[in-house]
Write a protein that binds this ligand. Structure first.
Ligand code: UGA
Length: 436
């Protein structure tokens, strides 16, 4: 199959490289000429484990190419739109202007029976508007518009693309369904279910899935708060709940709140859609509000661990990204945590294996260090904000020797209290008993 991706950002690049790896011939286009030039030199502009290798192999074997402008789309079996849909300034609606711009640009280049597929996360009804634009621009053509949302997690995107739990195809057009089935056919070995639904349903599935996962996290975070008050262990509660197949154990890790480029933005956009249609999504509303408050509130844990004040104290924050295996600090809980600590008079030192460049643009007064141990130098407390693999096996004796006081606040619950006790630390976790 011949596939064209409009947009070589996170979703376009991962999807394009994976489609090429399936054996399809893929061209990824992007209006950013510098990005395309870099990709053609083999430089990958985003941090995603395994992506550079996948791009390199498929380029070398002639299945993947990058171009600045979408040229002749007449031969493409499907044209995927994978441009960004950021939060619109002011009202939190998803800004779909890049999607519509892309549609206007490609309209004259499409074949008369083209299939245009939206992979960008777009509000319900966006596909209808795309169809309207295409009808207006191409009255001669009969173009099918499909919604095919992605469910990739940053840091695990290739694995998620190649081993999806399901593929959602939103279209009533039988020809479009058959083409999408053919594009995803190489996955049949793993037999992921393909669900064929209407376009609006597909668009909503994506938002509902993200909002539900965000709800699960927020639920366990509040249970963690209760665990701390009643002397229960949230990890055991989560396991005890999650073994019930109706609940499932995933996304029940308590922590400092969810972040990233999707959950916070998508929850807000879903709420806007609901309000526009006169529907109250009170659970999602609460999840958003509780999560925002939680991020800054994590600073109170540090204050308590240090006996009531952090003024003049040095705090080492390990991890700045919203989760491991990414350099993405968008809506990362570490950012409001750090600003809250600074507002309370603390001096913050920080280390992250990949996210320091992005963090520097948001937090200027932090002392950025080259390792966890360097960050801990003279610190009154170490706060683990992201569960990077390398923070799971810290040399505790070395860490302690660097610090002014042996205090660890583990916001990701990656250590055991007994181990910390043996190592001589005061240890505070989330929803679990610590060590005094
Ligand atoms: C999320 C979804 O998981 C993907 O399915 C979806 O495709 C993607 O958004 C998107 O819409 O593009 P992502 O934002 O990359 O993926 O990251 P997640 O692994 O879902 O984590 C989101 C946040 O929740 C992180 O801050 C993470 O630390 C937090 N989290 C996750 C928890 O606090 N506890 C958990 O149990 C799981």
């Amino acid at each position: 199959m011949r596939v064209t991706m409009i947009g070589a950002g996170y979703v376009g690049l991962v999807s394009g490289a994976c489609f090429a790896d399936f054996g399809h011939t893929v061209t990824c286009t992007d209006s950013d000429g510098a990005r395309v030039a870099a990709l053609n030199r083999g430089e990958i502009p985003i941090f995603e484990p395994g992506l550079a290798e996948l791009v390199e192999v498929n380029m070398r074997q002639g299945r993947l190419a990058f171009a600045e402008a979408a040229m002749d789309l007449g031969h493409a079996d499907a044209v995927f739109i994978a441009v960004g849909t950021p939060s619109r300034r002011g009202d939190g609606h998803a800004d779909v202007s890049f999607v519509y711009d892309a549609v206007r640009t490609i309209a004259p280049l499409l074949s008369r029976s083209a299939i245009v597929v939206t992979k960008s996360t777009v509000p319900v009804g966006t596909g209808d508007e795309i169809e309207r634009i295409l009808r207006e621009k191409r009255p001669d053509a009969d173009i099918a518009v499909v919604s095919n949302p992605e469910f990739l997690r940053e840091g695990a995107a290739i694995q998620d693309f190649k081993h999806p739990d399901r593929i959602v195809v939103g279209s009533d057009d039988l020809r479009a369904r058959a083409i999408l089935a053919e594009i995803y056919r190489p996955l049949y070995l793993n037999e992921p279910p393909i669900i064929y639904v209407s376009r609006r349903t597909a668009e909503l599935i994506k938002y509902a899935a993200n909002a539900f996962l965000a709800t699960k996290i927020t639920f366990i975070n509040e249970i963690a708060d209760l665990c701390e008050q009643v002397g229960a262990d949230v990890q055991e509660v989560a396991r005890g709940m999650g073994l019930d197949n109706r609940i499932g154990g995933k996304f029940l890790h308590a922590g400092p709140g969810f972040g990233g480029s999707c959950f916070p933005k998508d929850a807000t956009a879903l709420l806007k859609t609901a309000h526009d249609h006169g529907v109250a999504l009170r659970i999602v509303e609460t999840v958003s509000a509780v999560n925002e408050q939680r991020k800054r509130a994590m600073a109170r844990k540090v204050v308590t661990a240090l006996g009531g004040s952090v003024r003049g104290k040095t705090i080492a924050v390990l991890g700045l990204t919203f989760k491991p295996n990414t350099d993405d600090t968008r809506d990362s809980p570490a950012i409001p945590l750090i600003t809250a600590l600074q507002d309370l008079g603390a001096i913050v030192r920080a280390y992250d294996p990949a996210g320091m460049e992005q963090a520097k643009a948001k937090l200027e007064t932090v002392v950025y260090c080259h390792s966890a141990y360097a960050a801990a130098d003279g610190a009154d407390a170490v706060v683990i904000a992201t569960e990077w693999e390398r923070f799971r096996a810290l040399d505790l004796a070395r860490l302690k020797s660097e610090m002014a006081q042996p205090v660890i606040v583990d916001l990701r619950n990656i250590y055991r209290a007994e181990k910390m006790k043996r190592a001589g630390f005061r240890y505070v976790a989330v929803g679990r008993a610590g060590v005094e």
